[in-house]
Design a protein around this ligand. Structure first.
Ligand code: BGC
Length: 415
């Protein structure tokens, strides 16, 4: 009895302490675009962690791969004075929001982050020398996902060059399998185009998409990029227009589609369908891109609440949780990514993730670890948007490759 009373007193004391710290009642509204099967499973890890810490989670999920719709919703929320506690943002947009003076700094939570993060990602989380964003994980974009049973059926191998890729695509077609599962939405078109740019070599990617060098943008090699993209398109099925990325992944999961170009959130879908790497599906760097790594690093920023400039206890707790090794591991196991924290052990991960980690390390050293243009990591939204328009128009018309190149060069010059 006495022991019981003591523990009740202890519990009451804890509760009071919690309330003083403002923990018990704080609600965290969270805007994100993780709505597919694998994505929801990943964000649920954070929701559960925050609930265990006594915070209320108000989910504001805005469907739409790559977050285009979510970014519009975020603007509306902020303008109408309802900024969420946390929002999924990445790349130069982090800086843009910080420049608006609406974010809080989270330095208090970030005491040792620098030593645990890849340098370019650490840098991208800061504004004016202060941390304003917390990173979740590293997604590799330049992957090709292949259905293993289909591959075995046609006696194929993961292709390492474009000729090998097209030979395999022909075999799939002959076997009645849609060779390339694709969703015709601008960001998915960009995923393919950017990956083909990368296949021309790290220097080419750098000059074309980072430096926006006119000579490279108008080179015969760039004409070749457009021609290759055009040829890849001829292996889509007829119903590709507007298809969501996870439905294209579902085609490869079921085997009605042979391959998909997609970042490794696609793996989250395979895993969510109980499929295993090397058994049911194969991940291979897209043809010609084995020596390079295009990445996107999801992050949350935190908005000022109730006119206060400082982060709330809940916002700091969320930032700490996201960067904690245990969360980093579980989130990426569900999401298909690799932990952004470099000290998280990889033993629970599959061969795709292990390869991703090894290639991340190698390309960080070789200088071919590149932010992805397609995923808003590289150029301003205006420039990225202008390039996306050119690519998407090209992919949805019978435009000639040379015309595509001419338009690309012009679009980039105007900006
Ligand atoms: C995000 C991923 C997400 C994907 C599809 C990307 O922009 O980085 O986390 O899974 O979009 O929605």
């Amino acid at each position: 009895m006495k022991r019981h009373l003591t523990s009740m007193a202890a519990a009451a004391a804890l509760l009071v302490a919690g309330m003083h710290a403002g923990h018990a009642a704080e609600a965290l509204s969270v805007l994100h675009w993780w709505t597919s099967g694998g994505e929801s499973k990943a964000i649920r890890v954070l929701k559960d962690d925050m609930s265990k810490q006594g915070y209320e989670w108000k989910d504001f999920a805005v469907a739409g791969g790559s977050g285009t719709a979510a970014m519009t919703a975020l603007k509306t929320q902020v303008i109408s004075g309802n900024a969420p506690s946390a929002a999924q943002i990445k790349g130069p947009l982090i800086q843009d929001w910080a420049d608006q003076g609406v974010l809080v700094t989270i330095d208090q939570a970030a005491t040792d982050w620098k030593s645990h993060l890849p340098a370019p990602i650490d840098q991208a989380m800061k504004s004016g020398g202060h941390y304003v964003a917390v990173p979740f994980s590293v997604h590799r974009i330049n992957w090709l996902w292949i259905n293993k049973a289909d591959l075995d059926k046609v006696g194929g191998q993961p292709p390492t060059t474009w000729p090998e890729f097209f030979a395999l695509a022909d075999k799939f077609r002959a076997a009645g399998i849609t060779p390339v599962a694709h969703g015709g939405q601008p960001w998915q078109d960009m995923t393919i185009w950017e990956t083909v740019v990368l296949s021309q070599g790290a220097e080419f990617y750098r000059k074309a998409l980072i430096d926006l060098d006119q000579k490279t943008l108008t080179s015969p090699q760039m004409v070749q990029v457009f021609e290759t993209v055009q040829k890849i398109r001829s292996y889509f099925d007829k119903a590709y227009h507007g298809r969501d990325w996870n439905l294209a992944t579902a085609m490869v999961i079921s085997g009605s589609g042979g391959m998909q170009f997609m970042g490794d959130w696609a793996k989250g879908e395979f895993l969510n369908a109980n499929k295993k790497a090397d058994v049911d599906f194969v991940c291979a760097p897209a043809p010609g891109t084995a020596q390079a790594f295009t990445y996107t690093a999801d992050a949350f920023v935190f908005f000022q609440q109730n006119g206060k400039k400082d982060a709330t206890p809940g916002q700091l707790a969320m930032a700490r949780t996201i960067m904690s090794p245990a969360f980093q591991e579980q989130f990426s196991l569900n999401k298909g990514s690799i932990p952004v924290r470099l000290d998280v052990p990889m033993d629970k991960f599959d061969s795709c993730a292990k390869k991703s980690r090894a290639d991340e390390q190698a390309t960080l050293k070789s200088g071919s670890f590149f932010p992805s243009l397609a995923f808003g990591e590289l150029q301003s939204p205006v420039t990225a948007g202008a390039i996306t328009d050119v690519v998407t128009t090209f992919m949805n018309s019978n435009e000639d490759a040379k015309e595509g190149v001419r338009k690309l060069a012009a679009a980039v010059q105007v900006k």
